[in-house]
Design a protein around this ligand. Structure first.
Ligand SMILES: Cc1cc2nc3c(=O)[nH]c(=O)nc-3n(C[C@H](O)[C@H](O)[C@H](O)COP(=O)(O)O)c2cc1C
Length: 196
């Protein structure tokens, strides 16, 4: 069984349309019987961002190469996953700050990436990351869409070869029924699940 890490940043929890979409994707993956899915609900973690003492503690541990400290548990879990699914709504042209705090906790030199004379290189085992998001307006493919674009760049940084985004757009525009838009995105999710 391959291990999927599901990073859930659907802040509105069960009211979230992004959660509905990612649940559909995870159900499709579950049906194959090939994966063991572990969910990390960021809303329930109480994660800290880097500031003052928390920052200095990190520096001290890195100097000692103490990578097994509990504060590095997110990075250690992420680096070992075979596949990764991340779900977050489109907020303020990218994603909620909570997901950025998680990424800040993931970026640990010596765990998720390394550096040498040539530059930095990714150390993650996962070969595929799927990002699921929903947007109120229409931003796909425009310079203002910086959520999917950022996560794709992080994949490259972490050494994850394949990236896919499953998105639904225009959910708050009142132009088309939300259920119809989500249904279309679920078709895309089905394709991505079939080629996971
Ligand atoms: C704090 C906040 C910021 C948002 N920022 C944007 C935005 O910049 N662009 C946009 O199109 N929609 C924006 N939206 C709308 C959400 O992208 C949209 O409602 C999305 O479907 C929410 O996902 P959810 O149902 O999973 O919570 C924002 C919503 C919230 C609550």
């Amino acid at each position: 069984m391959e291990k999927i890490l599901f990073v859930n940043c659907c802040i509105r929890k069960e009211a979230s349309r992004t959660k509905k979409l990612v649940d559909f994707l995870l159900d499709e993956l579950n049906k194959t019987g090939s994966y063991e899915i572990t969910e990390l609900s960021l809303m329930d973690e109480g994660m800290a961002y880097l500031s003052e003492g928390f920052f200095h503690q990190r520096d001290g541990l890195l100097a000692k190469k103490d990578f097994s400290h509990p504060r590095f548990r997110y990075a250690n879990e992420f680096v070992q996953a075979d596949k990764i699914v991340v779900a977050a709504p489109f907020w303020d042209l990218s994603f909620p700050a909570l997901l950025k705090v998680y990424i800040e906790n993931l970026c640990v030199e010596g765990i998720t990436f390394g550096c040498n004379e040539q530059g930095c290189f990714g150390m993650c085992k996962a070969d595929h990351l799927v990002y699921v998001t929903t947007r109120g307006g229409f931003y796909d493919g425009t310079p203002m869409e910086m959520g999917s674009k950022y996560i794709e760049a992080m994949c490259e940084f972490f050494g994850i070869q394949r990236y896919d985004c499953v998105s639904a757009e225009g959910l708050d525009m009142g132009i088309r029924p939300v259920e119809v838009i989500l249904q279309e995105a679920m078709e895309r999710a089905k394709e991505v699940a079939a080629d996971f």
